[in-house]
Design a protein around this ligand. Sequence first.
Ligand code: G6P
Length: 614
Amino acid sequence: MCGIVGYIGDKDAFPILIKGLHRLEYRGYDSAGVALLNNKGELHIFKTKGKVNNLEKYCSDKDVSGNIGIAHTRWATHGEPSDINAHPHYSQSKDIALIHNGIIENYLSLKQFLKDKGYIFKSETDTEVLVQLIEYVKKEHKLSLYDAVQRALSQVIGAYAIGVIERQNPNVLIAARKGSPLIIGVGEGEYFLGSDASPIIEYTNKVVYVGDEEVVRMEKDREMEIRNLSDSVIVPEITELQMDLSEIEKGGYPHFMLKEIFEQPRALSLCMNGRVHEELKEIKLSGIIDHIDRFRNARRILISACGTSWHAGLIGKYLFEQFCRIPVEVEVASEFRYRNPVIFPNDVMIAISQSGETADTLAAIELAKSKGAFIYGVCNVVGSSIARATDTGTYTHAGPEIGVASTKAFTTQVAVLAMMVFAIGRELGTVKQDEYEKLVTELAFIKNKIEEILALKDSIESMSKVFTYAKNFIYLGRGFNYPVAMEGALKLKEISYIHAEGYPAAEMKHGPIALIDEEMPIVVIAPKFAMYDKILSNVQEVKARNGRIISIVTKGDTQIKALSDFVIEIPETIECLSPLLTIIPLQMLSYYVAVAKGRNVDQPRNLAKSVTVE
Ligand code: G6P
């Protein structure tokens, strides 16, 4: 979703801002813009609908000088994607420019108030209301920009991360946040602003995570100042980013998504590093060790997440119920937060989020917290809002995930859930020692089995080309692989725009079977486990209706193989860990189908990587 970049210092701001916008492209956007203050005392805004490349072209004959600027990629909420609705927005006098990520919920009443005061609006956005309000408050109360931003924000309901500059104040950059992510990079006498670390990391690894309702004043060669909306002074806490530039570059791969698919063995190693002790046959997670009583006394586990993270959560339910015998409810966060759910103080909520910024998941956490539940986070992005809102948790350590379609974040989420479950199960006595040791060993070495599947790249690629004709796909799985069927279908629709549904295989005859004909590809996830014979019958039902069967089977399979048009073989594993293997060929299938269809794999239309609005 919207991306924010800002710079103040001695360097030329424009190249830093443009590079930063490129780095944030993965978040999803439909227009881009930049505001620059030059040393002639002019404040220029340049903005265009479409990609950052368009903006660069548009700026090629413009004066883009200046050592202070703000820039933005917009994902439309209020008003269509257009040059006018793009950020930055000017205030009425054109003295102030502002970029904004989030939604101002009371923008209509504020707009009416400002209209009554004679303010004229050019765009349909909620953001323009904010910049006008800051100007109004500044003039009305004769305040500095810093004070005006603080005062204006106290009238705002909603979520925001903003960057603000002012023509008469060429040495000051103001930023503030509530709900939407914002990071400040601290350089030598200079500051960088970013929605995440990616526009900052090549200049500095010292960062400050701006807290909710905090307003920051940055001036060249001076310490930053932070105050919150209640006017308390906040001492900036500088932390060091554990990330290097190569992690956010493609490293020779044509797309981030392919890189991230192939990174999964390494991501899982990093995820298990220091946690899964193969030699000791033991799992140690500090979040669990320190809070085991919360799980021991848990009446119930609630899992809340969105998108791919929700699918990981569904696998978590199967894991927790099988190995810990604790009842689990999994629900998409957007439903959970609005249905007045029953939450007990001895519930444990596990919130799963790659970005750690998903607005609905954050709201679900706040709701559960307000009822006294204990909140355990499973996040990828270190220092993210969700990571900070939870009582404790386990980072997935998958490294930055740039492709919009989530891959390595999913497998590491499943791995973290498995680690949690095995560790808790042993503590509760629901997992016996010999079983525990087997599970730990299998988890420790699962990455080698993923390598074997990745080596099937060429055959999966050529098979994928056959299916570019398809308008619909059905994915079938059972047990632990039912959520995998849903995740496989999601991958396909996200990046190839082919409609796909994931179903529990036995449920097919209650509806989807009506769709099957000789055109319809059916992906069947059928490794050799207890339900094999059942799923074999489901495959026969598809075959009888001439569906085209792509099956994911255990190496050496004969029966389902004989019924399939295409077969992908995976190594043997333990059933509860099989999602870590079965999802790999499904990610590859959707990637290669999308590439064959000429889709923009890393930035599919309409999607955002980090959904910071509800
Ligand atoms: C967006 C992304 C998905 C992701 C979902 C939840 O829709 O495109 O890939 O699964 O948000 O995001 P989270 O960061 O909370 O895991």
